[in-house]
Design a protein around this ligand. Structure first.
Ligand SMILES: [Zn+2]
Length: 234
């Protein structure tokens, strides 16, 4: 019980905390207009322009914080509030996405590696979810029988893939924010005193990626402990 709480519940609470921080930091800085009144779209365009990127289209997408950069389609998607808005949050998020476009332009190795892992993660995600939801119960019903062990091993393999992917995501995300912050000041889009709002927003977003990795790691260790327990009973 104590193991379950520390490996599953504590990381889950950490994830909820990180999510609530994003909501509050983003919500707060969405209300603070930037002095330059440049929109998120314009900020993303300026940051990419300064890096010599001309082949990435900027599009508006539905949803809150649905902003992302798609390297395969060379498309920078901004949620409506960030696309049209000129708040510190909008400009910060837009510049962060432009940071990903720069990573692709300069051939940032971590981003390339992360990209090659996407198909594997698409397979691993439902497997890991299935094993964590039903597989553990199934394995305990089967006892130490071979099938139960195979199910758990499958879960471990899937979680390893996801953990590696989430680990590689960390430098990619931190680096995109770093590039964004430098360019926002260098290009004169924001004043140094306005960077606090950008930092709050982007740092909160970065924490959610850390939380996701920690949660996967907790699941992985938990599953390994069940697996070794099953083997011992064999
Ligand atoms: Zn990002």
């Amino acid at each position: 019980m104590l193991i379950w709480i520390s490996l599953i519940i504590v990381p889950l609470l950490f994830g909820l905390y990180a999510q609530s921080r994003v909501t509050s930091a983003y919500g707060k800085n969405l209300q603070i207009p930037s002095r330059g009144r440049i929109t998120g779209r314009e900020a993303a365009a300026a940051v990419m322009e300064s890096a010599g990127i001309h082949d990435v289209e900027i599009v508006e997408v539905e949803g809150d914080l649905s902003d992302h950069f798609d390297p395969t389609k060379k498309r920078l998607a901004l949620s409506s509030a960030n696309y049209h808005g000129s708040s510190l949050a909008a400009v910060g998020v837009a510049a962060h996405e432009a940071g990903h476009a720069i990573q692709q332009k300069v051939g940032y190795a971590m981003m390339k590696f992360r990209q090659t892992m996407v198909p594997a993660v698409q397979i691993a995600s439902p497997v890991a979810w299935g094993v964590m939801s039903f597989g553990i119960l199934l394995a305990s019903l089967l006892g130490a029988k071979a099938l139960g062990i195979v199910v758990l091993q499958l879960g471990v393999a899937a979680l390893l893939v996801i953990a590696l992917f989430q680990l590689v995501t960390l430098p990619v995300e931190f680096d995109a924010s770093r590039r964004a912050k430098v360019q926002l000041v260098n290009l004169g889009i924001l004043g140094q005193d306005e960077m606090k709002g950008v930092n709050e927003t982007l740092d909160a977003a970065a924490l959610t990626y850390v939380a996701a990795f920690v949660a996967t790691l907790g699941n992985l260790i938990y599953l390994l402990m069940i697996l070794s327990g099953n083997r011992r009973n064999d």
